[in-house]
Design a protein around this ligand. Structure first.
Ligand code: NAD
Ligand code: UDP
Length: 318
């Protein structure tokens, strides 16, 4: 069965891969994006598709369209971007969730929320399971994102309880791959670009903090499964790759693959930077039969190839 699907944030990193996947499955896709951190380039190849519509729209403003499924991804995701206008980030998460939930209510649509591992903050329980309530600073520099996303989850569950909205909540852990914004300051894009440009690699703190990196194809697969499942229920599901590595080890792998001569240089650790992060994905395995398939070295290879192309185009343009 095909659907008319709204993807907010569809011109961003994850959103553009999701739009492509949904078009490939035969759905009609409406991508709504204000292009603040997303780009025309990410959706350029989709523009010619007869089932693709682009709407320049800000989710802090109500939207009236027909759709029977909604993926709510609109929100800057990198610390550099979401901290650059923190108030706007809260508005995007909270007002955006309200507007999309109201739209889901009017359309009787199933709706997916792109939530985040940041709802766990700097976790005291490891690895993180969905029943952990988190350890979040409500007034720090990451709070606009963390608390905005926590409030969005609250709204999803209140609309579910009060209005019977059919919700899906995916808690996304660090994901990487082609279409990441080159300047968004996230660790994978930073390290690859620094290595390809022969610059120093910036390790924040001593690099002993950990993350667990999921390749974008694996992530899009599980998001699609969540939305297609009639039985997985409304409860949040951790989605990410449970292989945990230190940031220093990530730098080592990027250097090994690019053959760069870059040095590692330590910079101050930003405030509230979580020390460890790793998803327990037992729920996703059990409810969706999903398992990430792409090993970090393979995903890095594809992402490095993507950024090489981006840099060669930039070079050709200048
Ligand atoms: P991204 O910044 O590449 O994409 C976000 C998109 O939302 C962009 O296209 C941007 O222009 C758009 N946007 C931002 N504010 C908007 C607004 N007010 N109105 C309309 N559009 C707006 O980030 P991403 O990595 O693709 O993340 C997508 C979603 O997944 C986000 O909600 C993010 O919080 C969540 N997420 C991502 C990760 C990750 O590792 N990539 C991890 C956890 C959660
Ligand atoms: N980081 C780093 N160097 C960079 C960018 C990030 O050492 O150039 C660190 C950052 O401090 C954090 C980790 O890498 O500990 C992941 O950062 P990112 O911004 O990608 O995501 P998040 O902190 O939201 O998980």
């Amino acid at each position: 069965m095909t659907h008319t699907i709204l993807v907010t944030g569809g011109a961003g990193f994850l959103g553009s891969h999701l739009c492509k996947r949904l078009l490939d499955e035969g759905h009609a896709v409406i991508c709504a994006d204000n292009l603040s951190t997303g780009s025309e380039a990410n959706i350029h190849a989709l523009r010619a598709h007869p089932n693709f519509t682009f709407l320049r729209h800000d989710v802090t403003v109500p939207l009236e369209i027909r759709a029977d499924r909604i993926f709510n991804l609109a929100c800057p995701a990198s610390p550099v971007h979401y901290q650059s206008d923190a108030i706007r980030t809260v508005k995007t998460s909270v007002q955006g969730a309200i507007h999309m939930l109201d739209l889901a209510k009017r359309n009787k649509a199933r709706i997916f929320q792109a939530s985040t591992s940041e709802v766990y903050g700097d976790p005291e329980r490891h690895p993180q399971t969905e029943d952990y309530w988190g350890h979040v600073n409500p007034i720090g520099i990451r709070s606009c994102y963390d608390e905005g996303k926590r409030c969005a989850e609250t709204l999803f569950f209140d609309y579910h309880r009060q209005h019977g909205i059919d919700i899906r909540v995916g808690r996304i852990f660090n994901t990487y791959g082609p279409h990441m914004h080159p300047d968004d300051g996230r660790v994978v894009s930073n390290f690859i670009l620094q290595a390809l440009r022969g610059q120093d690699i910036t390790i924040y703190g001593d690099g002993g903090q950990t993350r667990s990196f999921c390749y974008v194809d694996d992530l899009i697969e599980v998001i699609a499964r969540m939305m297609d499942s009639d039985s997985c229920g409304p409860d949040p599901i951790n989605i990410g790759n449970p292989v945990e590595i230190t940031i220093r080890e990530l730098a080592r792998r990027v250097i090994a693959q690019t053959g760069a001569k870059s040095k590692l240089v330590e910079k101050p650790l930003p405030g509230d930077d979580p020390l460890r992060r790793c998803p327990d994905i037992a729920r996703a395995r059990r409810l969706l039969g999903w398992e990430p398939k792409v090993a970090l070295d393979d995903g890095l290879r594809k992402t490095i190839a993507y950024f090489e192309t981006v840099l060669s185009k930039d070079g050709a343009a200048s």
